[in-house]
Design a protein around this ligand. Structure first.
Ligand code: DX5
Ligand code: ZN
Length: 214
């Protein structure tokens, strides 16, 4: 199991400190939520933020693009230092080509499913993706309630991987705590994104340890 704290809930005025804090506490990856104010009703970071973070940490940068026209941004985020680029299947009619473009740019390619999107939609992509991210909240904001029904998607993806010999990692994002982590881990999740649970706490290191025990 890997833990990917989301900097969406970090203190932006002390971002380098908050990144080092989770790295020291044993985080495996750093999750960066990119929002454009169109695909989701919130605005966050662009490629320059990824470039600024890159020299501050050795953690892999797990970049979650919640943007329309994602293919426009792939070369820039790759150049900025993203390790994995994840695009919503709902954000483009050209999701297959977008996965290819991410690989071509030298990054791991991930596809993301909104809560209302079925796993079936991904069937043609599963042989070529490195990661599948199952949203366990509606994207746009940290601190929302976990949607337990999404665990069935995680289980379906784990079964498809087993049956077909696929290699993607399964990640979950939204409302992950020490209480909800066991639900998705049991279903087969490999990577847990956690924003508010880790950062909206007096002791982020203790929260990472609690997830690790889950
Ligand atoms: C939501 C983002 C998440 C967010 C999760 O759109 O994709 O990564 O940071 O926050 P929590 O863990 O607070 O639900
Ligand atoms: Zn995210």
């Amino acid at each position: 199991m890997k833990i990917a704290p989301s900097i969406l809930s970090a203190d932006f005025a002390n971002l380098a400190r908050d990144i080092r804090l989770v790295e020291t506490a044993g985080a495996d990856l750093l999750h960066v939520d990119v929002m454009d104010g169109h695909f989701v009703p919130n605005l966050t970071f662009g490629p320059s933020m990824v470039a600024a973070i890159r020299p501050v940490t050795n953690l892999g940068l797990d970049v979650h693009l919640m943007v329309d026209d994602p293919s426009l941004w792939i070369p820039e985020f790759a150049k900025a230092g993203a390790d994995t680029l994840m695009v919503h299947v709902e954000a483009t009619p050209h999701i297959y080509g977008t996965m290819q473009a991410i690989r071509y740019a030298g990054c791991r390619a991930g596809v993301v499913l909104n809560p209302g999107t079925a796993v079936d939609t991904l069937q043609p992509l599963l042989p070529i993706v490195d990661q599948v991210l199952v949203m366990t909240v509606n994207p746009g904001f940290g601190g929302q309630q976990f949607l337990p029904d999404m665990a069935a998607k995680v289980a379906a993806l784990a079964a498809l991987r087993q049956t077909n010999g696929y290699h993607y990692a399964i990640e979950v994002d939204g409302g992950i705590t020490d209480q909800t982590a066991p639900v998705v881990l049991e279903a087969g999740a490999d990577i847990l994104v956690a924003g508010s649970y880790v950062y909206a706490s007096d002791d982020p290191a203790a929260r990472i340890a609690a997830l690790r025990r889950a």
